[in-house]
Structures are given as structure tokens and as C-alpha cells.
Design a protein around this ligand. Structure first.
Ligand code: NAD
Length: 491
């Protein structure tokens, strides 16, 4: 297979591009000898090929994690924290290389990839600090005579399944708390972006993660490999980030063995602009909420509900701002929005534009597929979008912003809540008490007020309703990997 090695020319990137599985501290080929191609979505070139883990490889990774689990759980929390802290330092030192790798295999603009590396590394720093905070408690039984001693134990072997849209951050958001809590892990990255996961595992190994504590098994056969790992009695937990559909499948599989689950699933975020919003702030927030990662983010603003009094002005300013955004090959200077992950994703988002226009929406800017190679869609603003359009019913996962207007804020809240998704939501208003009242009424795990980004490693990230179970980030993220043990004590 043609492998373009020139772009992956540093020792760290070359090791990642060697594309081997990490099992029990050894970099190895798949038991089948099969490999699969990783493609640059910005130009369609093959970047590298990667060992294609089989079910046997997945189970070997589970065995390796199991062999390492007890010693890692018994390692002093401070020492586990130090491993994570060193990994944070290494990620920071290798920030530019990792950013280039992310851009190459994911397509996002280099500035965004750099931001992702910083964000991803912060999970390692945060959980290096949280490792020593797996607090239990001791209380007197209300009846007297005994002490309720509550201690926290690692939940055990954790299977981590991550998507392609934030290949570094989605991995560290799971590895950080799992390792801090004392769990051994098997990471199954998305087949579109396995190289970043391999580079991270390389750095974690250098940082001192013992053999078997972090295993990585890229595969084209995600279904069978993950199913086999979850069915293995040694696995105790699955943490998944991805589509609601696959999450539901994994919940069913987890039920058979009553595994602990964390699910970070799809979103469909409303972005509500109230009549008193500061439109400069609203447009700046809307741009980042919509176009970060080219809209391929679970917290991306998906449905814009704008008060009728300011809708025309908002659309004019937002349209002008979106038209100025430079879309192109992620590594090129000045590019702000890169390629979409693949042709299917690009065509789906474009199909949503076509559907909206047929339903009566007006294209303020964008709307076209662009580029002679790679997968690009112009940042697109759609005014007067009917509620029946797919743009308002589906997670767009692309740079498309449909707008509808309202006159009664309660109506906007009802629209916002009228979906099974409940991940993020955004509110714009100069009046904080109004904004907080709207935030209270929204069925979402996260609400951004007068801003377009909610992600923060120190905050509990997660969704309500079909958007998930559990939280990542914050102290809550650590609890997902801990199991309380209550000991009744008399003395
Ligand atoms: P996806 O569900 O197709 O894939 C996610 C992961 O699951 C990948 O590693 C994939 O290989 C694996 N997978 C696919 N089929 C599987 C199966 N049958 N069994 C086990 N694993 C399987 O999702 P995607 O297209 O990679 O990512 C986009 C989705 O992820 C969007 O819906 C987005 O909202 C969601 N997402 C959610 C969050 C969050 O934190 N809530 C974050 C990022 C992305």
C-alpha cells in the first residue's frame, strides 16, 4: 500500500504511523496479519496503514489489561497521578506534532488541532490532580454503635471506545480518569483516526504507564471486537463516545454482564438568541458553536432559534461572518475550517441543505460542496428554515446553521426541548436572570450562556435523555471509574 511517510517524519509520528497494536506493552501486528488504510480527508491520500485487530487481539488486550490490573490498582494514587502529569508534559512538548497528526487524519484546521491537543492534555493534568481525591467517608450509623466506612475502589478493567471527531481529547477524557482511579484499559479508537490514539499510548508508555495498563486495538471490525471484549468476564466497564445508535447497542451488550457504563452520545444543540442579546457576542459565540471542528462536534449548535426582533440583523451579521471563514486543507496557512471526515459525512450535511431549501429555507451564505479533492462543504447559513426540515430534526454534524424565528421565549424553549437529544444548549441574553431562567428550563446536560464553548476538563461533560449516561471531566468523571465499598465497622 502506498504510504505517505513524509508528513509523518518525526520519531513519534513515525512510530504511530508504523500502525501496530499495543497489547501488554508490546507493539504488534494483528493476529490476522491484516492492515487497513488511514486516509487524509483533506486530499484523499493514504497516510499510513494500521494493524486491523481481530476478536482474538481484542481478547489478548483484555488479558493483558487483566494481568496488569491488580498492580496498577495497588499503585499509590500519587504515583498514578505522576504518570498522568508526565504524560501531560509530554503531550505539551509534542503539541505541534500531535496537532499535525490530528489534522492529517481528521482533516480539521491546524489551529483547531493545536487547540484540541491543549484541551486533550488538560484532561491528563486534571486527572493527575484528581488521582489523589478518590475520597471516601466515615460516618456514625444513625442507630449508633457502628461506623459507616465508605471507601472507593477502582471499578476494574475498562473498555474505552472513542470517535474520530476529537481523536486526542475523546481518548484522554477516558484514559485520564480511568488511570487516575486505578483501572487498566483497552482503548478502541475510531478506524478513521487510529494514529493519534497510538501516539498518545506511546507517550503514556514513555510517561511510565506500566505494560498492559493502556492497550490500543484499532480495528475495522468494531462490532465483533467490542462485543467480544464486553462479553469477557474480566471486563467491568465500558465507556463509549459516539452515536446514540451504537451507544444503545452497547448498552444492550453491557446489560448481559451488568457492566458499569458511561455513554457520551449524539447531540442536537439549540442556540437561542433572545431579543436583548448583544449581537456581537451572539454572532461570535454562534460562529464557534457552529464551526468548531467544522460542525462535527457533539455539542455543535444545531438549531438556531432567534427572536424575530433581531433575526434579520443576526442573520446578516452571521452570514457575513460565515462567508469570511476560510475553508480548505487543514495544514494550509490561514485555514479556519478543514475537511469533513469523509464523503458520506459531507454528502449527508449537503443533503440536509438541499432538503431545507426544498422545504422553503433561504440560503444566506454557502450551500455548496467545494474542492476538487477532499471533502469540503461551505459554511452555510439557512434563514427561515421550516421546523419540518431535516436540519431541525437530525444531528447535522457539519458546517450548516439553520435559523428559525420566535416571538415568545417559551416557544423557543419548547422547540429546544422537543427532541430526544439533551447534550448541550446555548442561550444569548444581556439579562443574566432571564438567561438563567431559560437555562433552567432547557433539558440539556450543559448550557452555555453568552458563549459558544462549554467544554472544560474541570466541568462535568455529559448529556440528558438520549445523549448519554454519566459524565466526563470534573470530579464526576473520576467517580465513573470508582465503585464505593461500604464497610460496617464496630470497635
Ligand atoms: P459512531 O458511533 O459511528 O462511532 C464511534 C465509535 O464506535 C468508533 O470507535 C466506532 O468504530 C465504534 N463503533 C461503531 N460501530 C460499533 C459497534 N457496532 N460496536 C462497537 N463499536 C462500534 O460515531 P462517530 O460517527 O464516530 O461519531 C459521531 C457521533 O459521536 C455523533 O453522534 C456525535 O454527537 C457523537 N459524539 C458524542 C460526544 C459526546 O461527548 N456526547 C462526543 C463526540 C462525538
Amino acid at each position: 500500500m502506498a504510504v505517505l511517510t513524509t508528513a509523518l517524519d518525526t520519531p513519534l509520528l513515525a512510530r504511530a504511523a508504523a500502525g501496530r497494536l499495543l497489547v501488554g506493552g508490546e507493539w504488534r501486528e494483528a493476529s490476522s496479519g491484516e492492515r487497513f488504510a488511514v486516509v487524509d480527508p483533506g486530499n484523499g491520500a493514504v497516510l499510513a496503514d494500521v494493524a486491523d485487530a481481530t476478536v482474538d487481539d481484542g481478547l489478548a488486550a483484555v488479558a493483558a489489561a487483566d494481568a496488569a490490573a491488580d498492580a496498577w490498582a495497588a499503585t499509590a494514587p500519587r504515583e498514578r497521578g505522576e504518570v498522568l502529569r508526565r504524560a501531560f508534559d509530554l503531550m505539551t512538548a509534542h503539541r505541534d506534532e500531535l496537532a499535525r497528526l490530528i489534522t492529517l487524519e481528521n482533516g480539521k484546521a491546524l489551529t483547531e488541532a493545536r487547540a484540541e491537543v491543549g484541551y486533550a492534555a488538560e484532561f491528563l493534568r486534571w486527572y493527575s490532580e484528581e488521582a489523589v481525591r478518590a475520597d471516601g467517608r466515615a460516618t456514625t450509623s444513625p442507630a449508633g454503635g457502628s461506623t459507616i466506612l465508605t471507601r472507593m475502589a477502582p471499578v476494574g478493567l475498562s473498555v474505552l471506545v472513542t470517535p474520530w471527531n476529537f481523536p486526542a481529547a475523546m481518548a484522554t477524557r477516558k484514559l485520564g480518569p480511568a488511570l487516575a482511579a486505578g483501572c487498566a484499559t483497552v482503548l478502541k479508537p475510531a478506524a478513521e483516526t487510529p494514529l493519534t490514539a497510538l501516539a498518545l499510548a506511546d507517550l503514556l508508555t514513555t510517561a511510565g504507564a506500566p505494560p498492559g495498563v493502556v492497550n490500543v486495538v484499532p480495528t475495522r471490525a468494531a462490532g465483533p471486537v467490542v462485543r467480544a471484549m464486553l462479553a469477557d468476564p474480566r471486563a467491568r466497564k465500558v465507556s463509549f463516545t459516539g452515536s446514540t445508535q451504537v451507544g444503545q447497542l452497547l448498552l444492550r451488550q453491557a446489560a448481559d454482564r451488568v457492566l458499569r457504563v458511561s455513554m457520551e452520545l449524539g447531540g442536537n444543540a439549540p442556540f437561542i438568541v433572545l431579543a436583548d442579546a448583544d449581537l456581537d457576542v451572539a454572532v461570535a459565540s454562534a460562529l464557534v458553536a457552529k464551526l468548531r471542528n467544522g460542525g462535527q462536534s457533539c455539542v455543535a449548535a444545531n438549531r438556531f432559534y432567534v427572536h424575530a426582533r433581531v433575526a434579520e440583523e443576526f442573520c446578516a451579521r452571521m452570514g457575513a461572518a460565515m462567508a469570511r471563514v476560510r475553508t480548505g486543507y487543514g495544514l494550509d496557512d490561514g485555514v479556519e475550517v478543514g475537511a469533513m471526515i469523509n464523503e458520506r459525512a459531507r454528502d449527508k450535511a449537503h443533503g440536509i441543505v438541499v432538503d431545507a431549501v426544498e422545504a422553503g429555507a433561504r440560503v444566506v451564505t454557502g450551500g455548496r460542496v467545494i474542492g476538487s479533492s477532499g471533502f469540503f462543504l461551505e459554511p452555510t447559513l439557512l434563514a427561515d428554515t421550516p421546523h419540518t426540515a431535516r436540519a431541525f430534526r437530525e444531528e447535522i454534524f457539519g458546517p450548516v446553521a439553520p435559523v428559525a424565528t420566535f416571538t415568545d421565549p417559551d416557544e423557543a424553549v419548547a422547540w429546544a426541548n422537543g427532541t430526544d437529544a439533551g447534550l448541550a444548549a446555548f442561550v444569548q441574553s444581556r439579562d443574566l436572570s432571564t438567561a438563567l431562567a431559560v437555562a433552567d428550563a432547557l433539558e440539556a446536560g450543559m448550557v452555555g450562556i453568552n458563549r459558544g464553548v462549554v467544554s472544560d476538563p474541570a466541568a462535568p461533560f455529559g448529556g440528558w435523555k438520549h445523549s448519554g449516561l454519566g459524565r466526563e471531566g470534573g470530579h464526576e468523571g473520576l467517580l465513573e471509574y470508582l465503585e464505593p465499598k461500604y464497610v460496617a465497622v464496630s470497635w
